[in-house]
Design a protein around this ligand. Structure first.
Ligand code: PAF
Length: 302
């Protein structure tokens, strides 16, 4: 198959390197380079890092985009509209588009801008890190879920198999909103706190963070229930605690964004909860405060 991957961040490069093992992969980036080289350090099943490989992939070539069998968009949630506009002139209306990012709230714009294409969303717990701009390291194995958000994409189960063949585990989900909410809850718990306190994920096991974590989970659980995804604050807190432990040594993506003075995904993580709260008339004061605090940090940094 021919894949175009939009966005060459750590997750984009992880999927590019993985898909390139068996497919033809082309990258679409914000620059105009016709090739992109990077070093990729894989992780084997026993979590022992193995020898790095050097990749040179074609990039920003309109014909390759036009001929793609699938386009995987891995930019941040707030860049989705812009990324779609950039590729739209060359996109065939039948090409499936897979959108993979942290947070929720970009689906309406994707559906509105691409009324004909099959559109799928994916959420992944695979972890990757860029120790240098041209070096991507696969740092953790985790589940990827893939599913359709419009009728045109509902038959595309085979894409989950293709993804699973190159970077397992990946499974098709009949209701992709469910794993997206599940991942959103984890991001709501971990990302703003690790960004505010500039700490590693593992530091959130400390007693002083337990009330804040529970308050966040309580509000997220109420919103999830209103959306029809029944859960409890305790269940979400347990799931967040598991991820905190499994990724104890990592800095969350929002921690890194704040640290490098980049725009964060707060509007699509905590912000999504606050917007849903307004919609359902459910109070979300803890998430609203965290949202405000991160926005203030972003503004100071810009
Ligand atoms: O955004 C992130 O960093 C990750 O999604 C997660 C799960 C919080 C782990 O760091």
């Amino acid at each position: 198959m021919q894949f175009t991957i939009v966005g060459a961040g750590s997750i984009g490069c992880l999927w590019a390197a993985s898909l390139a093992k068996v497919h033809s992969v082309h990258l679409w980036t914000r620059d105009t380079q016709l090739h992109r080289e990077f070093t990729f350090t894989p992780l084997d099943r026993k979590t022992i890092t193995v020898a790095p490989t050097q990749l040179k992939l074609p990039s920003n070539q309109a014909l390759r985009l036009q001929q793609s069998d699938c386009v995987l968009i891995t930019v941040k949630a707030f860049q989705v509209a812009q990324a779609i506009e950039a590729i739209q002139p060359w996109l065939a209306p039948s090409t499936p588009i897979v959108i993979m990012h942290n947070g929720m709230g970009s689906q309406a714009v994707a559906l509105q801008k691409l009324p004909h294409n099959p559109i799928l969303y994916a959420t992944t717990s695979q972890a990757a890190f860029k120790p240098q701009p041209d070096h991507v390291q696969h740092t953790g194995i985790g589940q990827t879920w893939l599913g359709a958000i419009n009728p045109a994409a509902q038959h595309l189960h085979n894409l989950a198999d293709e993804f699973n063949n190159v970077l397992a585990p990946c499974q098709w989900h009949q209701d992709i909103q469910q794993p997206l909410w599940q991942k959103l809850a984890i991001n709501c718990a971990i990302n703003p706190l690790t960004a505010l306190h500039q700490c590693k994920n593992g530091e959130l096991t400390q007693q002083k963070y337990q009330t804040a974590l529970m308050n966040i989970c309580q509000e997220v659980a109420e919103i999830m229930c209103a959306e029809g995804y029944l859960t409890t604050a305790e269940t979400l807190k347990e799931q967040a605690d598991q991820v905190i432990q499994a990724t104890a040594n990592n800095f969350s993506s929002m921690n890194q964004d704040v640290c490098h003075h980049r725009q964060t995904e707060i509007d699509y993580i905590t912000g999504h909860i606050v917007r849903c709260g307004q919609h359902y008339n459910i109070r979300t004061p803890f998430n609203a405060q965290l949202w405000q605090q991160i926005k203030t940090m972003e503004q100071k940094a810009s």
